[in-house]
Design a protein around this ligand. Structure first.
Ligand code: PGA
Length: 246
């Protein structure tokens, strides 16, 4: 199983922050962890040039490859920059830009056609959690977001409880274990035994202090990191926590 630590910079970072990406790339040359940094679109090209030992990903893409979609970025444009990964269906996209499972599914299809590795985000809201709907919401998101997909080789799933994003709150290890096991079962139901190779990342307030225990949970194959990915000093301990782990 691949181990992956991905950093989602969201709408943060200008050229002066590229040095953080360079430091991460230099320090983790030869690491057994796939490191993916997803800066804003404006930094993708420069990041690709300086980060030769890690992967560079986008945070979103449009369903279509070109056309009259002011302000949007397509998979063709990402391919042109040799970007290797794309986050799709982040809860901030789902909630603030109305991305339904259907839209997410179309984006996943578009991305896979351009050979991008997809980091598909799923996660329940606080209300859904309180109503004990977490596992059913996740199942619906998995089935809905992957409904047209048959080739899962480039799929990575990131479980991100919405209430844990940027709040400093995390589920208990037992809860993470239950949800990740359930996600694995859903994927096995859909794709059979090959789904045992789909990496499942945990995301939501991961930091250098809690990463080791989160990575000790079965079916946690890495992390999607927001705030702590913005600097080398806060991101490195998270990568180190999963490096050399079997
Ligand atoms: P956080 O964000 O690590 O800042 O909680 C995670 C994410 O939204 O991907």
């Amino acid at each position: 199983m691949r181990k992956i630590v991905a950093g989602n910079w969201k709408m943060n970072g200008t050229r002066e922050n590229l040095v953080e990406i360079k430091k991460i790339s230099d320090r983790f040359s030869g690491s057994d962890v796939d490191i993916v940094i997803c800066p804003p679109f404006t930094l993708l090209s420069a990041a690709k040039e300086i980060a030769t030992n890690i992967f560079i990903g986008a945070q979103n893409l449009h369903v279509e490859n070109s056309g009259a979609y002011t302000g949007e970025i397509s998979a063709v444009m990402l391919e042109d920059l040799s970007v290797t990964h794309a986050i799709i269906g982040h809860s901030e996209r789902r909630n603030e830009y109305g991305e339904t499972n259907d839209v997410v599914a179309r984006k996943v299809t578009t991305a896979l056609k351009k050979k991008l590795n997809v980091i598909l985000c799923i996660g329940e809201s606080e209300l859904e959690r309180n109503e004990n709907k977490t596992l059913s919401v996740l199942k619906e998101q998995i089935y809905g977001s992957l409904k047209d997909i048959t080739d899962i080789e480039n799929i990575i799933v990131a479980y991100e409880p919405i209430w844990a994003i940027g709040t400093g709150l995390t589920p208990s290890l037992a809860e993470i274990s239950t949800t990740h096991d359930s996600i694995r079962l859903n994927l096995l139901e859909m794709y059979g035994s090959s789904a045992s190779n789909i990496p499942i990342l945990y995301g939501g307030s991961v930091n250098g202090l809690n990463a080791s225990e989160i990575f000790s949970v079965a079916n946690v194959n890495g992390a999607l990191v927001g705030g702590a990915s913005l600097s080398f000093d806060t991101f490195s301990p998270i990568v180190k926590a999963i490096e050399n782990k079997t």
